[in-house]
Design a protein around this ligand. Sequence first.
Ligand code: FAD
Ligand code: FES
Length: 218
Amino acid sequence: LFDVDEEKGVFDLLVKVVGVGSRILSQRSEREMVDLIGPLGNGFSLSDNSGQRELLTWSDSKHLIVAGGMGIAPMDVLARRVKERGEEVVVLFGAVSRNEVLCSSEFQELGALFVVSTEDGSLGKMGKVSSLIPEYLSRDKRIQIYACGPRGLLKEVVELSRREGLLCQVSMEERMACGLGACRSCVCKVGTESQFEYKRVCRDGPVFRGEELIVEKG
Ligand SMILES: Cc1cc2nc3c(=O)[nH]c(=O)nc-3n(C[C@H](O)[C@H](O)[C@H](O)COP(=O)(O)OP(=O)(O)OC[C@H]3O[C@@H](n4cnc5c(N)ncnc54)[C@H](O)[C@@H]3O)c2cc1C
Ligand code: FES
């Protein structure tokens, strides 16, 4: 889900064609009707993780969005909500090469700082997007990280947030069958390595708090 206009009841999807389902979706034309079930699951929250400060503005806060590949899709709405609160937002976006760098103008129009890394060095800093994070961890501000992307990136972000004591929310991606919480094909581990429970990404997530999530290697 890329953009939402709640007043008009309109939303935009950003879809990467990777297989049968995404190709069918990409071939729909204007005014064609499609069936839709949703919204399903939760989303990023602009509060501290206890939910206590939801309605307060943090003048001392900085929101650090970390996205890899199509993980950029849910971040436009999030960045806009942060800017509406008058707070600082930095978007760190990693792609394989410059041809896969999306949405830079949308984020720049919002007034977000948009920083790119590419694995082949064709745009921005060469390397993985996680290598950009330390530069933006200012000590004078309360930092909240939001991450979406490949499993390896999410694992690094969660580990870094724990080490640095930062608030962190992670949007998990799992293969899903029902999407409604019934089949349990999409579970991830929440808790500690010695004591954990399985949560359904489709219904309990896809967004989980970094401090409670166990991200396993993909
Ligand atoms: C919570 C959530 C939000 C998502 N948001 C977006 C979005 O905004 N935009 C977007 O383009 N995609 C998004 N995705 C991914 C998208 O759902 C899948 O890429 C899509 O369902 C693939 O279906 P398909 O039939 O086109 O491909 P298939 O024919 O099922 O698969 C084609 C190829 O893609 C791989 N693949 C398929 N699904 C996944 C997956 N979930 N994770 C890793 N590899 C996969 C397969 O292994 C195969 O190599 C999201 C997924 C989740 C769980
Ligand atoms: S996809 Fe069936 S429980 Fe999540």
